[in-house]
Design a binder for this molecule. Structure first.
Ligand code: PMV
Length: 320
């Protein structure tokens, strides 16, 4: 009746932005990400007949604001006639600030909840359940370089290449830990409904996915860098052109981009990507990590720098 799972956030190199079905949370476009290893969320789920309502504790605090999405996810995994649950979530990185904590949280939640309820589920089924809660969470069920595709009226997720086959480091420059002003879900809807660039974004995504997939299987860093930066800037352009506009960046975000351009000019194998928040994630080859981390740490407005390699998908933890 209880289980604990751990999942790592993932960072999209080719972004998911926009929904084709809001009710079932199906993405309008496919995406490619890397699953991290050193950053993680641990989720403990305990089903308890004595509880009248679900309870959620995030990093040691009761979090009623986040509870409705957790309750909905538990219902989808265990059915609405389930026992109520005590859910304890701990992340070792800032949550709700564009570091994909919803991905690691919901990936770990579906794994822990299934096990607590005694349900046997394939990774594929767990990915679909996680994706219904948070689109990007489906990718955290898998490790390495991961592709999510639209598959009929559902999604299909798979590892394209494992992390050991092409080791990389991801350095996240944290420029603010304040909660984001607009959720990614609301911002996606604003883009879909009002951005003049949205249709073009959706139209071009298959070509970006295929370029990135080829770059990954050929281990062509320059090709992956170029398509990932392009795809990221295109996604932000879509949201900037929405009405009202959605701008997640701050001054330090731009300072980091300039820093990455300098590093590239100095010969570093590094590229940037930015999600629904002001943090800048720089992907680099291991030999360039210390140079990248130092340059980002010294950039005005950067509060802290977190580093991670590429890791495995969500898993149950032993001993529970
Ligand atoms: O999974 P969500 O609903 O939080 O959306 C994630 C959107 C981006 O992080 C901006 C892109 C992505 O593919 O992860």
């Amino acid at each position: 009746m209880r289980a604990t799972a751990r999942a790592q956030p993932n960072i999209a190199l080719i972004k998911y932005w926009g929904k084709r079905d809001g009710n079932r949370n199906l993405p309008a476009v496919g995406s490619i990400s890397v699953t991290l290893d050193e950053l993680f969320t641990t989720m403990h789920v305990e089903l308890d007949g004595a509880l009248d309502l679900d309870e959620l504790h995030v990093n040691g605090r009761k979090s009623p604001g986040l509870l409705p999405r957790v309750t909905q996810c538990l219902d989808s995994v265990l059915g609405t006639d389930r026992l109520r649950a005590r859910v304890i979530s701990e992340s070792n990185f800032p949550i709700a600030a564009g570091l994909a904590s919803s991905a690691s949280s919901f990936a770990a939640l579906v794994v822990a909840a299934s096990a607590a309820g005694g349900r046997e589920r394939t990774t594929h089924e767990l990915a679909r359940l996680a994706g219904a809660a948070s689109g990007s969470a489906a990718r955290s069920l898998y490790g390495g370089f991961v592709e999510l595709r639209n598959d009929g009226d559902s999604i299909a997720v798979q590892t394209i290449l494992d992390g050991e086959s092409w080791p990389m480091r991801v350095i996240a420059a944290v420029t603010s830990t304040a909660p984001k002003p607009v959720s990614s879900g609301e911002a996606m809807e604003a883009s879909r409904k009002t951005s003049p660039f949205y249709a073009r974004w959706v139209e071009e995504q298959d070509s970006d996915l295929s370029t990135a997939r080829d770059a990954i299987t050929a281990r062509d860093f320059g090709k992956l860098a170029s398509i990932a930066e392009h795809n990221c800037l295109k996604m932000h352009s879509v949201m900037w052109a929405s009405r009202p506009p959605v701008v997640y960046w701050n001054a330090a975000t731009i300072a980091c981009l300039e820093r990455v351009r300098q590093l590239q000019a100095d010969g570093a194998a590094a590229f940037f990507t930015i999600d629904a928040g002001p943090q800048v994630k720089v992907v680099c080859l291991p030999g360039d990590e210390s140079q990248v981390a130092e340059a980002l740490s010294n950039t005005p407005g950067v509060e802290s720098v977190l580093a991670s390699g590429i890791g495995a998908g969500a898993a149950l933890m032993n001993g529970d």
